[in-house]
Design a protein around this ligand. Structure first.
Ligand code: PRX
Length: 657
């Protein structure tokens, strides 16, 4: 590992002098210090993480064994025998020591619609809700579904579940009723927490109606607790549906936390894989909390007066780890943003940073690219002097976007952190540390403590030693916040992550370690598409299309897109008696929206006569991918195609004559 040799092709940006000179001093101030800590963390994880877990978290019962299990067995557990409560760690201990500190700043959809909640109030609110859950007979280990807009009550909901030892399963409120139904069915939730409607970008979203639709086929659900957000008329099912405010009014504002074992589940979060239905990734309590707390402290360089603004939705892992758990575990002030980057105009983020004196700002490359495109005038006159760390997550950040972010938002005085991680890793695994690592635009740089990344030859699985190597990215030893299983399907967990390369955790991403030891993430090597940082499975989109009565076969591939990173292109063939009318392609696109959600809308749907298949009938997606990306001159070997004549027909369909 080296970081001091810059190559002219990839200019290196040193740690900004302002960070090292200013107050507060970063937690880690040199590459050598980082390297020494990293080496200790991977050589002796037992001591490193044992100490860190005792320092960082409050344990009701101390652990004795730091780590047990292996990748080969798939039986990993951290901090065994230890007992704790996640909500106590996020709320109570700060409410006792700094009751008047603001825990949550809610920036509502409309400008100047701000609500601040102190740690004292947070403890009361969460306690009340925990008591409501108990009154609904929610017990330790029960799964609870949360389908809510970005309001403080969504945070209360997650924390209240944790308080009573229940397992939250947050479903992003942009998912369709079908997707919500599938997730509720899979985890068998008995209670759903939701709102009458959401508000986003000045528009109302029919949240409760979507829940009602989903629940038509989810008989496990006994109660729906409904927050009044907009006050609009909504359908109501007496007996099942309860108003949040009415139940809260009856509840006592303190509830004792239920301690759980470190390895008891904290939450499920469904994510897309390369095949089949979404999987319920399960995170446990002790290890996940430690990963969230430690990465927030070191990677965002958190200090006590900081205001942390993570723009992700709580429906995704980024919202779980860097909006809720990481900041609150550290006793920070965290921002909950309900609106969009362009409402009421493209200054919204900048207004937010200035108003709340944000110190850490975290968003996705797609938002950075979109705002860059709208012009620099939207940033004019804003005061960004509070900022120290600006981060990006979810997809590779292209150098143009990185430079714009660094120049215009960071004013070349902030650490720009390109953070690489996944739902399954629980917390960031590769990222610069603000005070220690010189950056290269487009590279996530170096591993976090405890992470031992390896680049493997995809075919042989051999470790590619040294620098200047490209292959698939794997991690060779367990770390505390890694997912422990897929809900009700441990074999799927093993087959997806631990069996592809025995003895390693397989990320599903391609990567390069350059000649200076920097890691560059190259994107997914499986059938997962990343659209605006949203992870989608081609198989899921194909299944949605096939549900349409006219469709015989569907093949979905990712195209390149300047704004969204990747975009969805879908090819469909029709059943023999189906009619191809002018509106069909639009209709098929709507079909995907309906089955998965608006964020999965294909950029283009092509109704075609046939698909390129091998003689054994396998669809050659490589050819379809090359065509949408305008690389039809590089189709490679097409001699195995059963019907070579389909290729010109497809090119004509996509690009015209
Ligand atoms: O392909 C990688 C990409 O996002 C995938 C994980 O998606 P998800 O589980 O939804 O979590 C997203 C937020 C943590 C990864 O397999 N990805 C994530 N961060 C980066 C990235 N690709 C490149 N650079 C990143 N910084």
């Amino acid at each position: 590992m080296t970081a001091d040799t810059a190559s002219p092709a990839d200019p290196t940006f040193p740690v900004p002098a302002r960070l090292l000179a200013g107050k507060p001093t970063p937690h880690v101030t040199s590459f050598d210090q980082y390297k020494a800590m990293w080496e200790q963390s991977v050589k002796d994880p037992q001591t490193f993480f044992g100490n860190l877990a005792r320092e960082t978290l409050t344990w009701a019962k101390p652990f004795e064994t730091v780590l047990n299990g292996s990748f080969t067995e798939g039986d990993i557990g951290w901090f065994l025998e230890g007992e704790l409560n996640a909500c106590y760690n996020c709320v109570d201990r700060h409410a006792f020591t700094q009751p008047d500190k603001v825990a949550i700043i809610h920036e509502g959809d409309e400008l100047n619609n701000v609500r601040k909640i102190t740690y004292r109030e947070l403890l009361q609110e969460v306690s009340r809700l925990a008591n409501v859950l108990t009154s609904l007979d929610v017990r330790k280990g029960d799964n609870i579904a949360i389908y809510m807009p970005m309001v403080p009550e969504a945070i209360f909901a997650m924390l209240a579940c944790a308080r009573v030892g229940a397992v939250h399963s947050v479903v992003f409120a942009g998912f369709s009723s079908d997707s919500l139904r599938d997730r509720i069915q899979d985890c068998g939730a008995r209670v759903v927490l939701t709102a009458d409607e959401g508000r986003r970008g000045g528009k109302n979203i029919a949240t409760k109606r979507i829940v009602d639709e989903a629940l038509k086929q989810a008989p496990s659900v006994e109660h729906v607790l409904v927050l009044r957000r907009t006050g609009s008329e909504i359908p109501w099912k007496a007996g099942r549906d309860l108003w949040w405010h009415e139940e809260i009014d009856k509840a006592r504002p303190y509830s004792p936390p239920t301690n759980v074992n470190a390895e008891d589940p904290l939450f499920l979060l469904y994510t897309s894989g390369s095949t089949g239905t979404p999987k319920g990734v399960m995170h446990t309590t002790g290890g996940y909390l430690l990963g969230a707390a430690a990465t927030l402290k070191y990677i965002f360089d958190y200090h006590p007066d900081d205001v942390h603004a993570c723009m992700a939705d709580i429906g995704w892992i980024t919202g779980h780890t860097y909006l809720l758990y990481g900041p609150l575990l550290n006793g920070a002030t965290t921002v909950v943003f309900e609106s969009t980057p362009t409402y009421p105009n493209p200054s919204r983020f900048w207004e937010l940073i200035q108003t709340h004196k944000v110190t850490q700002f975290y968003t996705a490359p797609t938002a950075i690219r979109a705002l860059r495109r709208l012009g620099d005038q939207w940033l004019d006159g804003y005061d960004f002097s509070s900022l120290r760390v600006i981060g990006s997550v979810g997809e590779p950040i292209n150098p143009e976007a990185w430079h714009w972010y660094n120049d215009k938002v960071g004013r070349n005085q902030c650490a720009v952190i390109d953070t690489y991680w996944q739902t399954e890793t629980g917390s960031i695994v590769v990222s610069p540390l603000p005070g220690a690592v010189a950056t290269k635009p487009g590279s996530a740089t170096f591993p976090f403590f405890g992470i031992k990344p390896e680049i493997l030859d995809p075919q042989t699985g051999q470790v590619l030693e040294g620098n200047d190597v490209t292959g698939v990215l794997a991690i060779s030893q367990p770390w505390p916040s890694m997912a422990r299983t897929v809900y009700n399907n441990h074999n799927r967990y093993l087959d997806t992550y631990l069996n592809p390369y025995k003895g390693f955790y397989f990320t599903g991403d391609g990567a390069t370690r350059d000649k200076d030891g920097y890691i560059w993430i190259r994107g997914r090597v499986d059938d997962v598409i990343n659209v605006s940082g949203h992870r989608l499975s081609t198989a899921e989109i194909e299944s949605a299309l096939i549900l349409h009565p006219a469709v015989a076969e569907a093949a979905v591939v990712g195209g390149q897109d300047d704004l969204t990173g990747q975009c969805i292109h879908a090819y469909c063939t029709l059943k023999p008696n189906a009619e191809e009318d002018a509106g069909l392609e639009k209709e098929l696109s709507l079909q995907v929206r309906k089955v998965i959600g608006p964020f999965a809308t294909p950029k283009r749907v092509y109704v075609v006569g046939d698909l390129p298949k091998t003689r054994s009938g396998k669809i050659m997606r490589r050819i379809l991918r090359k065509i949408v990306n305008n690389e039809q001159d590089q189709l490679g070997d097409t001699s195995t195609l059963a019907e070579p004549g389909v290729v010109p027909m497809l090119i004509e369909k996509v690009h015209g004559k």
